[in-house]
Design a protein. Structure first.
Length: 94
């Protein structure tokens, strides 16, 4: 597994994950939110749960959210995960 050391500092806002009426993540809106926040002078972005909506998400949804945000910014991205066991924590972290 590849790791890197990251010093976290500054402003890292918790992002709100947008959903459509059927409960699917609105990836285009999420990318727009990412681009907007990235231009405001923040030092990083936090996705995946601080605002609560991703705590019940399937792992695939969390991966989609992470990929969308990472691809739309050059800022560091902090990801919250809510595993039920150690095995799931490792899978989500990778």
């Amino acid at each position: 597994m590849k790791t890197r050391e990251l010093t976290i500092h500054g402003i890292i806002p918790a992002m709100v994950t947008p959903f459509d009426a059927a409960g699917r993540v609105e990836l285009d809106l999420l990318r727009g939110e990412t681009e907007f926040l990235s231009k405001t002078g923040v030092h990083g972005l936090c996705v995946g749960g601080v605002t609560g909506e991703m705590a019940g998400a399937r792992p695939e949804e969390l991966h989609q959210v992470c990929k969308a945000v990472v691809s739309a910014t050059d800022k560091p991205v902090v990801v919250s995960i809510f595993p039920d066991c150690n095995t799931e924590a490792l899978e989500l972290a990778n």
